[in-house]
Structure formats: C-alpha cells, structure tokens
Design a protein around this ligand. Structure first.
Ligand code: COI
Length: 372
C-alpha cells in the first residue's frame, strides 16, 4: 500500500467547456436541478491510490452495469455551499467539517479516504472556475455535492478495488422563496431511520432512499415532513433530512432551554446543527438560556405543549438552514409547537438563521467562512 499516491492538487488538469451554459434567472432556480459548466473527478485504485484530478465539462459517467455502486450501495456524499460576499469574493462555509464527515462515511463503507486540505483546494478550483453561477444575493448560493462511489466491476461482495470521488455544483436559491413557511409534521411510528450501531450518523445514499415512503405517507395526509422517532420511549431524533431543535421552558424557573438530540450514533452530525449549538452557547447562554444535547421524547413535547412550555421547534440543515415547525401529529393528537397562527417562524429560528447567514455571506467575519 505504500506506493499508493495521495490526493494531489498539483496534478490537476483542467479541460474547459467550449459550450458555456446560459445562466438562469436566480428566482427561477429549483433546488438541485441545474448544474454548472464543469465537474471535478478523481479516480482511485487499490494499486495506485489517487490518480490525477481532472476538471472537465459537466458530463455523464460511463459505468459497467456490474459496477458495485449499483448493487451494494457503495456511495456517500456531502452537502455544502459556496457563497458570494458583497465584494464578489467566493467563500465556503466550514468545509473542514464536510471533509471530516465524508472521510468518516467513506471509511465506514470500505471506500478510500483522502487528505482534507487537498480536496478543499481542488473544490476551490472548481468553484472559482464556475463562480459566475453563484448569484451574489443573500439567500442564494452554489450547492456543492462531493460524492464518492465504488467503481469496481464486480458482483462479488467485498471492498471496492476502485472508486471515484467527484464534485458537481448546483446554483440554488432560498429554500422557501416566499420566505419562511412553518411546516406541519407527522411523527412516523412504523419505520425507524437509524438505530444504535447502525449507519444513521453517516451520510450514505443508502440512508436516504428508505425515507421517501414515510415522507410520501406523511404528505398523503397533508403533512409537509415526517418526524423520526426512536424506540419504545419515542425519542425525537430528526425531522425529514434535517436535525431537530426544540425550545422548552423549565417547569419551575421558566428558564429557556435549546435542546437537540445527542450524537449517539443515530443522529447525522450536521454542520448546521453544530453551528447552531456553537452560536447558541456563545450568544444565548449569556442571556440566561440553557443549551443542551440530550434525549427528549415525544411525550416530553406533548406535555410541554399542553403546559404552554413548548416555545418553538425547528429543523436545521445545509439546504434550508432552519425550517420552523408549526405542529406535530402524533397518536391522533396535534402537538402545537408554539407559533401564533399568523407567524411562520419563532424568534429563535429567525435569530439563528440571521446569525449563520451573516457569517456565510461574510457580513460578519468569522473563521467558519473561508475565502477561496
Ligand atoms: C440538508 O441539507 O438539510 C439535507 O440533508 C438535504 C440534502 C440531502 C438535499
């Protein structure tokens, strides 16, 4: 293995498109439907390690039908964004977090790992080459999709002897073009997203496909998203594809507590989740809040809601940043999550969104925002 080459940005070759795409009007962008002119791809083989990185025109992959990704789901991915600040400079948000998570996901499914700073350097080359696709307005960004697949042509079940690491980029607008819209959830009681010792804490494609049917079921009954619970206790874990946060008031003292489930192996290690926690510890704790990673149950939320102590609930993820929640349908009840009828978001979700966006768009200088 010692002759395996490391990922090397100095060996990058760039083939530019001769057919640049027209830019869409930002307000017409639909999440993940349009892609930039170019893509980045790096092949890996067991024999040689990481081969020469290539930026090429955006194009189809050509894979044998026996390729292991199609049969045994050797696939993991990341979601991250590039932003244009008011000076036109391009920035990534906490790319080191995405790199660390991709390496964890890859190693869990016997795919190769890579040197994080080298991959960030290569991604930066792609983003800068296609930077004309990043609208320079607040709420808009370039969604990046680093992906790794096993490419060995075999039906044998074993570690892939070859892999492809690639990145595609999609210009996106605000998740909710008309502003925040609070969503109604249905707690899923017949399916489980993740379990102890499983892979729910990894960003594997295989974790997402089985979530669509529960999502459709919720939608068929008029709910925008489903809420994932775990165990007899009905611990609240995640909402749709996002981490879940709630604000509760203490029974005796009235102290506000921002709560999210702990990283016990059943929770995706969200970059937005981590950012919300860090900013809340820095900015809400001095205001007298508690900020806690702990287990909480659907029954806790129901009880708090009945007592008027459930102040707010929201999802947190890269795509939408925060997604406010109005109600949760659970066991024939509607658990009210604290919003007034005329409100689309609670105060905490709005503040957190504003804090994170100010950093992402470089309005507030912060280590998390990396100029490239
Ligand atoms: C997110 O960013 O919230 C997601 O996980 C959605 C992504 C898989 C499209």
């Amino acid at each position: 293995d010692s002759k395996q080459k490391a990922l090397d940005p100095n060996r990058l070759s760039i083939t530019q498109t001769s057919n640049p795409k027209p830019l869409s009007q930002p307000e017409n962008l639909v999440f993940g439907r349009e892609f930039t002119d170019h893509m980045l791809a790096i092949e890996w083989t067991q024999e040689d390690g990481w081969l020469d990185p290539k930026i090429t025109p955006y194009q189809n992959l050509s894979l044998d039908p026996a390729t292991c990704v199609f049969h045994y789901a050797f696939e993991c991915f990341e979601g991250m964004k590039a932003y244009k600040d008011k000076d036109g400079k391009v920035r990534l948000f906490r790319p080191d977090m995405n790199m660390a998570r991709l390496n964890k996901s890859a190693s869990r499914i016997a795919l190769p790992t890579f040197e994080p700073t080298s991959f960030i350097e290569l991604i930066s080359k792609l983003v800068n080459l296609d930077s004309r696709f990043i609208p320079n307005q607040r709420g808009y960004s370039l969604y990046l999709r680093p992906t790794m697949i096993g490419t060995q042509r075999t039906l044998g079940v074993g570690p892939p002897g070859s892999a492809l690491l690639y990145v595609i980029a999609s210009p996106v607008g605000p998740y909710y073009p008309t502003g925040f819209k609070a969503v109604s959830l249905e707690a899923t009681d017949y399916a489980v997203r993740a379990w102890p010792g499983g892979v729910g804490d990894k960003k594997l494609g295989a974790n997402y496909a089985p979530c669509i049917v529960p999502q459709l079921q919720a939608a068929s009954r008029g709910y925008q998203q489903n809420l994932w619970l775990f165990g007899e206790e009905e611990y609240v874990t995640e909402v749709g594809t996002m981490n879940m946060f709630v604000v509760l008031k203490d029974k005796k003292t009235g102290q506000k507590e921002l709560i999210t489930a702990p990283l016990d192996g059943t929770i995706l290690e969200g970059v937005t989740r981590d950012s919300v926690l860090a900013l809340a510890r820095e900015r809400l704790v001095p205001e007298g809040w508690k900020v806690t990673e702990r287990k909480y149950t659907m029954n806790d939320l129901h009880e708090a809601s009945q007592d008027g102590r459930l102040v707010e609930a929201f999802g947190a993820g890269t795509a939408a940043i925060v997604s406010p929640i109005r109600t949760i349908a659970w066991k024939g009840k509607h658990v009210d999550c604290g919003l007034k009828e005329t409100e689309e978001s609670g105060e905490t979700a709005l503040r957190v969104k504003e804090w994170i966006e100010a950093i992402q768009y470089g309005e507030e200088e912060h280590d998390w925002s990396v100029k490239i």
